[in-house]
Write a protein that binds this ligand. Structure first.
Ligand code: NAP
Length: 277
């Protein structure tokens, strides 16, 4: 069975299957369902919740805050600072605003959403301060390709724990060089858009293999990411679909199925630029 936790380079553990929140918090009508889905996920052990100050301009963090109220200690909370805020002081100020929106006093993992104009030395200095003050338990980056990671390694005191990138069966470019580089350093790959925002679920090949295994295409896509040792964070506002996604943790893919998937979704045979959304 796929493991339910991994240990990050700084020794803390993180769940291997989480929940995304992009597009949550955009409409007050949808909020009840969004909170219910996140809470069901927490109850089922998908306690990693990924959000960002960007999503719905803070709205997704507010939904997250509602979902974790009264159960903060069970949750591994991830949020992200926008590059435009990622100066030495701006990072801390953005972080404090995120705390307020989520009504909490710490974030488990704080990420730089993508590279912007501020130097990585500035951003990481702020991250190190948050770490030293006990306000975050770990920090990392998002949408960093290999050259960015190599540059980041000059400024992070070996403290980057996670790189959150687009990764799914239909987008495997990172397997060429980024993923091996990260694996060597035990830096976790958090796989965003694990269902390619549902595009992947329409693949006839994926549907066929899922049917042969008597599982759903979403479960197969997530089980494959878990098999790859990555941490998928599917987003759903539906309790039913969160229950469906959770079952990916119970699925073991044998070598024949893995080979079949490689045939349908070939791994890269050359360097590809990092795919982003
Ligand atoms: P995704 O998780 O691949 O797909 C989300 C879509 O799939 C939603 O439309 C959802 O609809 C649907 N869905 C979920 N489970 C399903 C199932 N079992 N069967 C059928 N449909 C299902 O895409 P994503 O939201 O882009 O990525 C996940 C998370 O990664 C985001 O929410 C965000 O937290 C993070 N992310 C980060 C970045 C970054 O730059 N760091 C970029 C993109 C995403 P319903 O809600 O209606 O179920």
């Amino acid at each position: 069975m796929p493991s339910h936790v991994i240990t990050l380079p700084n020794g803390i553990t993180m769940p291997t299957l989480g929940q995304g929140t992009w597009f949550m918090g955009e409409s007050s009508m949808a909020k009840k369902d969004e909170v219910a889905a996140l809470q069901r996920g927490i109850d089922l052990g998908m306690t990693l919740i990924d959000t960002a100050e960007m999503y719905a301009s803070g709205g997704a963090e507010k939904v997250t805050g509602e979902a974790i109220a009264g159960r903060r200690d069970k949750v591994f909370l991830v949020s992200k600072v926008l590059p435009g805020n990622a100066s030495r002081r701006g990072t801390i100020a953005a972080f404090e605003r995120s705390l307020k929106r989520m009504n909490t006093d710490y974030i488990d993992l704080y990420l730089l959403h993508w590279r912007g104009g501020y130097g990585l030395d500035e951003t990481f200095e702020a991250m190190e301060r948050l770490l030293a003050d006990g306000k975050i338990r770990a920090y990392g980056v998002s949408n960093f390709d290999l050259d960015d990671m190599q540059e980041a390694a000059q400024y992070d005191n070996g403290n980057i724990c996670v790189n959150q990138v687009l990764y799914n069966l239909a987008s495997r470019g990172i397997e060429w060089d980024l993923m091996p580089w990260m694996q060597k350093r035990n830096i976790a790959v958090m796989a965003y858009s694990p269902l390619y925002q549902t595009r992947l679920l329409k693949s006839p090949g994926l549907k066929r293999v899922a049917q042969e295994l008597s599982i759903t295409p979403a479960q197969l896509a997530l089980a494959w990411l878990l098999h790859q040792g990555t941490v998928p964070i599917p987003k759903t506002s539906s309790v039913k679909r969160v229950e469906e996604n959770r079952k990916a943790w119970d699925i073991v893919l044998d070598t024949q199925v893995l080979a079949e998937l490689d045939g349908i979704f070939p791994p890269p045979d050359h360097k590809m630029p990092l795919d982003v959304l």
